[in-house]
Design a protein around this ligand. Structure first.
Ligand SMILES: [Zn+2]
Length: 321
């Protein structure tokens, strides 16, 4: 399939596009998020530095999920001891994305007063965790590394170097455009270690016997990757196929069908009620304010309220005899 065909089919927005840079089969992912990321960030209406970083977390989550084979939920979680206490983004294998942040608004705004939105200032010390949950009867995969880096892209490199022995290049842009719409874009490239032996997936790559050429190809690809501007990554003026062509056509590029990404939460009334039924009477009492138990989904802000008689009836129905 040619790049032009892929985009004719999928459009240019809210997508994950897997590709491969030849001749060594460097694994690439391009992500562009428009309405998905704008819906989530506008709904939360966080202070700008928090929105920027959460936008990056969601974009990285889409890149990384796109490099995995899984059926279920991939989540990226960041915990810190700075103004932002935690950020979570998760994406299902169907491409349903959501995210939220927990933070001290005053401290976050103050920390970014001079415009510098960095990990040490906004998040502080902490860790970055990746989890793949494929359902009840499967093993949960989790990788955790301490946050080390100025940017979330640097923290992601460190994660792959330490835990997966994969070299990763990542160029991310998140911003608000002139119409106040949030847009995000990213390019990620990965390569296997030289002594790894196995040819990178997907597709059949040339076996690595010319190590100098392999190193050269990687360095060239990294230079091209970092040459993509924020406007090219996250703007709407340059179509993703034009960008990939500009960056990698000299080496040769193979693209695979794009996958759509949409904003969609996984919460539901059923899930909320299951949790409420599982709580002890003391826990329910603690949650009750003016005779009501209120539950708000921190991802999508859906809100449910239960008064005491309803709650009692609901809990009675499922109480063991
Ligand atoms: Zn929700």
């Amino acid at each position: 399939m040619s790049l032009a065909d892929i985009f004719a089919e999928s459009g240019h927005d809210d997508l994950l596009l897997p590709f491969q840079v030849n001749p060594f089969g460097l694994r690439g992912r391009m992500v562009r998020l428009n309405s998905a990321v704008n819906t989530i960030l506008s709904r939360h209406d966080y202070p700008e530095p928090v929105s920027l970083l959460l936008g990056e977390v969601m974009t990285i989550a889409v890149c990384l999920a796109g490099a995995l084979k899984y059926e279920g939920v991939f989540s990226l979680q960041i915990k810190g001891d700075g103004p932002i206490r935690s950020m979570v983004a998760d994406i299902t294998s169907e491409g349903h994305l959501r995210g939220y942040a927990a933070f001290d608004a005053e401290a976050a705004t103050a920390a970014a007063e001079d415009g510098e939105v960095t990990v040490p200032r906004l998040i502080g010390g902490g860790y970055i965790a990746f989890t793949v949950d494929q359902g009840e009867d499967t093993e949960r995969y989790q990788g955790i590394v301490p946050l080390s880096g100025h940017t979330l892209a640097e923290c992601t490199h460190a994660y792959f170097r330490q835990s997966e022995q994969l070299e990763t290049g990542l160029n991310i842009a998140v911003r608000k455009d002139e119409f106040d719409v949030w847009r995000a874009g990213a390019l990620m490239l990965q390569r296997m270690p030289l002594d790894g032996g196995d040819a990178p997936e997907p597709g059949k790559a040339r076996p690595v016997h010319d190590l100098d050429a392999y190193e050269d190809a990687w360095r060239t690809a990294m230079v091209m990757l970092s040459s993509a501007s924020a406007d090219e990554l996250a703007g709407t003026r340059v179509a993703p196929d034009r960008l990939l062509f500009r960056l990698f056509h000299e080496s040769g590029i193979v693209a695979y069908p794009a996958q759509p990404v949409v904003e969609q939460c996984r919460c539901s009334q059923d899930r909320v009620e299951t949790v409420l039924k599982s709580l002890s009477p003391e826990e329910v009492k603690e949650m009750t304010v003016d005779g009501l138990v209120s539950v708000t989904c921190e991802f999508c802000k859906s809100h449910w309220e239960y008064d005491e008689p309803t709650l009692a009836r609901m809990r009675e129905d499922t109480a063991p005899n």
